[in-house]
Design a protein around this ligand. Structure first.
Ligand code: ADP
Ligand code: MG
Length: 729
């Protein structure tokens, strides 16, 4: 069986060594050719309309409905030229994927024929009767109306024959039902707060932009093997499977040579992505076998989030044409690394970057310190919430394991920056920071060494690390929508910055010089947020203990972690910054708990089926073969001799019997636990029951199955093993 499986891999590889789109040109020739970007707008829109659109995009001006028809008309012309026949509002509902409902451009022309039609009204707003999208009860089915409304800051694009219009998705009563609406609000809040802090230092700053550069990790498995694993197919991860003798111990995959088939896939994927304006920059092997990474150049956060959603769906499509399946699950295989999505986060102003040092002057250096410290304040105050923002049933399998970021949010700054903050904190002489009216006489911010720019002092275990000119939030899950983490982070930083500004203003109102006030507050905050700074190894048990003492959140249960969204502190944060209200937060949590339950429920069902229909029959068959062998031996040899020769077989028979009966009992208990949990009304309580009673049962069953995998005849084992799944040839 094994050999046949291997052969299957090879034939599939050749069969599907598919067309790699080979454009005769360079990326610069076809980059964004399927995007209605500024350049296309200029080409297809009347001058006046183009100018208004630019102002909408750059300054967040209101979209004037009177220009909508003109914009739609230009867009339509461009789309038809590229062969588009349909259009869709493309949005990001709370179930992690994207949603779209395609409509053809055609309308009756009144003379029995049809014309291609697309109006401003259709561009701006739609009502995608989307009652089946998760809404946490905000939108009961009887008032199922949800609106999708165009987000003009993200350009429309074409996939196949469809013009896709990025939209927000909100309920009839205005609550957000998606990721984009709160993301845009959080970006706005951050812009306001950060700009006002920047203006303490430089009156030329009028806008602060938040940048996101994500790194997407993923696994590839051969399609034929994927289909032979019902667990991969239905849950996205292997629910069973013993370690391969060789996995990632040799560290030979990371940055190794990319297998030919994978290279062809990556090339194809990147061509499609570049056409859609996704600036793919880097690809390489990751730590685990069959694990890879793709990273683009960073972009404005809203656009970067859209691009990541697009890329994930492109990946799935392109992989199929190469005989692969992409696994975006955070922990598809036990015993080797899982996948994350590092979110590189930074801020820049209309005049330059903010998290970059050294600056040209002491004032700029001080501003740098303020933004670092206030980001730390945000992460410190809301570390539990930030964890909640990246938590999911799937990422819970990765976070808190003995790899990747731990389930405790802390921040790593590197030696230089850490020392710098320590110096500022411990310089007690106020004299050192004396600032005279108007003219800065002396701001004793120690020299910030050049090296900080290329901070290679890396700590891979930190979930929130400063890496020279940005923070890298590494706890984000590989299949997650980046927006969830970015909403929480941006809102928390916006709050920290506005608190900071308020306190500085208060001091200034009482006669303190502005820069002195800044230094005083920043020094206070360095002290306050100290518990969030951790430079050590985040994987150790000692850190868990220490983090607890520091007052950081060390909870590992996913349903409990979600509760952080509803603490008074979090509600005050989101409401205070105008990002979400309590009702929206509560509704979204209902969705989170429900989704958690459903994912575990599906896993438990698949586990039950596989145990009873795949594993036990095969194990029992092998056991029967052993039994008949034993009996036959007894008929040939003397009792003594037969006993001696059968020693191992008898042990195996006993072991199989014990393990299969443990599995049977385990499945019964699993079903019983599910039945009990299913009766619970509260989504939180139900998720909690699944977490406490169903998850551990599955893990127990798995243990038995993985042991059986080692003893049952390989030729009859019903599932491809890790060693087959994990090494693409
Ligand atoms: P590493 O794996 O060492 O972290 P990569 O080159 O794989 O480095 O990824 C770097 C990521 O950081 C890219 O996605 C890139 O766009 C992003 N990035 C670089 N500079 C910034 C910045 N100033 N702001 C946000 N993201 C950035
Ligand atoms: Mg990185």
């Amino acid at each position: 069986m094994s050999n046949i499986r291997f052969r299957a891999v090879e034939t599939a590889a050749h069969k599907k060594a598919l067309h790699v789109a080979t454009p005769a040109s360079h990326p610069s020739d076809y980059f964004a050719c399927k995007v209605f970007n500024r350049q296309k707008m200029q080409q297809y829109l009347p001058d006046e309309v183009f100018k208004k659109m630019v102002s909408v995009i750059d300054n967040g001006a209101q979209l004037d409905r009177t220009i909508a028809d003109a914009v739609a008309s230009g867009m339509k012309q461009w789309a038809l030229e590229l062969g588009a026949t349909h259009y869709t509002h493309w949005f990001q509902p709370l179930n992690e994927g994207t949603a779209e409902k395609h409509d053809a451009f055609i309308e009756f022309d009144g003379n029995g024929g049809v014309i291609e039609e697309f109006s401003g009204k259709l561009l701006i707003q739609q009502e995608p009767d989307a009652s089946s999208f998760p809404s946490g009860g905000i939108r009961n089915t009887f008032e199922a109306r949800g609106y999708s409304a165009w987000d003009p800051t993200s350009p429309v694009f074409i996939i196949d024959d469809t013009l896709c219009i990025p939209t927000i998705f909100i309920s009839y009563t205005g609550e957000s039902l998606d990721y984009k609406a709160p993301l845009l609000k959080s970006l706005h809040a951050l812009d306001l707060a950060a700009t006002s802090v920047c203006r303490l230092f430089d009156s030329k700053v009028t806008k602060v932009t938040c940048n996101l550069g994500w790194e997407q990790e993923y696994f590839l498995v051969d399609e034929d093997l994927y289909f032979a694993r019902p667990d991969l197919l239905l849950t996205g991860r292997t629910l069973m499977g013993h370690d391969s003798a060789k996995n990632q111990q040799m560290d030979d995959h990371y940055f190794g040579i990319i297998p030919e088939r994978v290279k062809a896939f990556m090339k194809d994927l990147e061509i499609h992505a570049l056409e859609l304006g996704i600036p793919c920059k880097t690809h390489h092997n990751e730590v685990a076998p069959n694990q890879f990474e793709l990273a683009p150049i960073f972009e404005d956060t809203n656009l970067a989030v859209d691009h990541n959603m697009l890329l994930m769906s492109l990946m799935k499509r392109v992989a199929k044409t190469h005989g692969f399946r992409v696994l975006l699950h955070e922990k598809p295989f036990d015993g080797i690394n899982g996948s994350g999505k590092h979110n590189n986060w930074s801020l820049s102003t209309n005049t330059g970057t903010l998290l970059h040092s050294p600056g040209k002057s002491n004032k700029e250096n001080l501003r740098f310190v303020v933004f670092i410290v206030e980001t730390l304040m945000a992460v410190y105050r809301h570390n539990g919430l930030l964890k909640a923002s990246v938590m999911s049933a799937t990422n819970a399998r990765r976070l808190g394991g003995h790899e990747a970021p731990p389930a405790i949010i802390s921040s790593f700054l590197g030696k230089q920056l850490s020392t710098l903050l320590d110096q500022i904190e411990t310089t007690n002489s106020d004299d050192a920071f004396l600032v005279k009216a108007k003219r800065v006489r002396k701001i004793d911010i120690p020299e910030i060494p050049e090296l900080l720019i290329d901070n290679t002092d890396r700590n891979r275990t930190s979930p929130f690390a400063f890496t020279g000119n940005r923070f890298e939030f590494r706890a984000v899950g590989s299949e997650a929508n980046c927006a969830s983490a970015m909403i929480a982070l941006n809102t928390a930083v916006a709050e920290a910055l506005s608190n900071f500004k308020k306190r500085v203003d208060d001091l200034v109102a009482n006669g303190t010089q502005p820069m002195n006030a800044v230094i005083q507050i920043v020094r206070d905050d360095i002290k306050t947020c100290k518990p969030i700074r951790f430079e050590g190894n985040g994987y150790t048990q000692e850190w868990v203990k220490e983090a607890k003492q520091r007052g950081l959140d060390t909870q590992t249960s996913c349903p409990e972690i979600f509760k952080h969204y509803l603490t008074p502190q979090s509600v005050a944060l989101f409401e205070g910054m105008g990002v979400m209200n309590r009702k929206e937060l509560a509704a979204r949590n209902e969705v989170k708990w429900e989704t958690y339950t459903k994912r575990v429920q599906i896993e438990a069902r698949v586990m039950g089926d596989l145990s009873l229909n795949h594993i036990i029959p095969v194990a029992t068959q092998y056991q029967s073969a052993l039994l008949s062998n034993v009996q036959k031996m007894q008929s040939i040899f003397s009792v003594e001799k037969a006993k001696q020769l059968n020693e191992r077989n008898l042990l195996l028979i006993e072991e199989i019997a014990e393990r299969t009966s443990l599995i049977e009992r385990g499945v019964e208990e699993l079903v019983a636990a599910r039945k009990v949990a299913n009766k619970i009304d509260s989504e939180y309580e139900k998720a909690r029951a699944y977490n406490q009673t169903v998850v551990p049962k599955m893990d127990e069953i798995r243990k038995q199955i993985d042991k059986l995998e080692l003893i049952v005849d390989d030729s009859s084992w019903p599932l491809p093993k890790y060693r087959e799944l994990l090494f693409i040839k």
